[in-house]
Design a protein around this ligand. Structure first.
Ligand code: PMT
Length: 333
């Protein structure tokens, strides 16, 4: 079938100009002609260069469809301001061919820049049992870690995804190792560490747990219940001690002093990069978007403005590759 054959034989899908109708069809998975069926059958990078009347471009429906497509990891080349075919002036003009071509070249370079790498990602929360029916946990949805796994796989890496309990769909071609507790996560990470060349610890691991879990459900008899919790294993710190020449990327979720805390974690846990998340209602835990500060072993800090978690994931991987080159050349000197 031709739409399947074309999808399998090509490296990038570029639509220029992309109409409002096409963006809507792609966003909602409507497949009633050759191009839209090809889109559903295509697993590589997608570059879209929209062109349309200004009001159509600014319409909330078009903007919502664009947001969906961005979240899916597609590259949108914003239209330019200018004289439009409909006779009006404003944003909606197809981007110049040079901009489209350079976006396509960037996608092609990314497509295989992690080939030969094995990326071990941890995602989601852990759940620490209090009795057979209750647990303590946190608000991590797994979206950030799954976006990293998806981005790494799309760029040619083998991906091992160790995940706490989440409701996010596994990325295509990525095998998930499900875990529940911090201890189970530690075991899964160290069982798979040998193969990994890059480790990304996006999981929100519980810091404390109950070591002696009651065999029966705790009854509501006393007026007050006091819990004595012990620390869980610090997986990132142990990875830092055993990292060898792997690239080790940790996360830090903070409510204040983001840069200072991220740098402290970088040093104490011997990481190469810490992705700092300032926790807010619209980014970090459970949100679709994120806004992060990358704190690097080279001493540099990079503020990455708000974007979808998929776009942030690609930026983290871009900066990780640059960082590895910088660390190698510093080592050679
Ligand atoms: O899952 P989402 O809803 O998409 O949200 C994303 C996120 C906010 C959970 C994620 O991006 C994030 O910030 N993850 C780290 C959250 C966290 O637990 O931060 P921390 O500062 O407590 O931990 C620092 C680092 O140590 C993390 O890499 C963590 O995985 C690791 N750690 C922590 C405790 C522990 N016992 N073992 C660990 O390995």
């Amino acid at each position: 079938m031709e739409h399947i054959a074309v999808a399998q034989d090509n490296d990038v899908l570029v639509v220029a100009p992309a109409t409002a109708n096409l963006l809507a069809s792609f966003a909602h998975g409507l497949a009633d002609d050759f191009l839209t069926t090809l889109y559903l059958a295509f697993t590589g990078p997608v570059v879209l260069a929209p062109a349309m009347n200004t009001a159509m471009w600014q319409h909330p429906a078009t903007q919502a469809n664009l947001e969906t497509l961005r979240r899916r990891g597609h590259r949108i080349i914003e239209p330019e301001d200018g004289f439009l075919a409909c006779g009006t002036i404003g944003p909606g003009r197809l981007a110049e061919p040079e901009r489209i071509a350079s976006a396509v070249m960037a996608e092609l370079r990314r497509r295989s820049d992690l080939e030969g790498e094995t990326v071990l990602v941890t995602a989601g929360p852990t759940q620490e049992a209090l009795d057979p029916v209750r647990y303590i946990s946190n608000r991590s949805s797994g979206k950030m870690g799954y976006a990293l796994a998806e981005a790494a796989a799309a760029r040619g890496a083998k991906v091992i995804l160790v995940s706490g309990p989440v409701h996010v769909q596994a990325p295509r071609g990525v095998a998930v190792i499900p875990v529940r507790t911090a201890r189970e996560m530690r075991t899964a990470v160290f069982e798979n560490l040998e193969r990994a060349t890059v480790v990304v610890k996006a999981a929100a691991v519980a810091d404390f747990h109950l070591t002696e879990i009651p065999a029966q459900k705790v009854k509501k008899t006393a007026a007050r219940l006091t819990l004595e919790l012990d620390p869980t294993p610090d997986i990132l710190a142990e990875l830092g001690r055993k990292k060898g020449d792997r690239l080790l990327i940790g996360f830090a979720a903070e409510t204040e002093n983001l840069e200072r805390e991220a740098r402290r974690k970088l040093e104490t846990k011997n990481c190469d990069m810490i992705v700092g998340n300032l926790v807010s209602d619209t980014s970090g835990f459970d949100a679709d978007d994120n806004e992060v500060l990358l704190v690097l072993r080279t001493g540099e800090s990079i503020a990455v403005p708000r974007a979808s978690k998929r776009a942030i994931a690609d930026r983290i991987l871009d900066e990780s590759l640059k960082l590895r080159l910088a660390l190698h050349s510093a080592h050679e000197r």
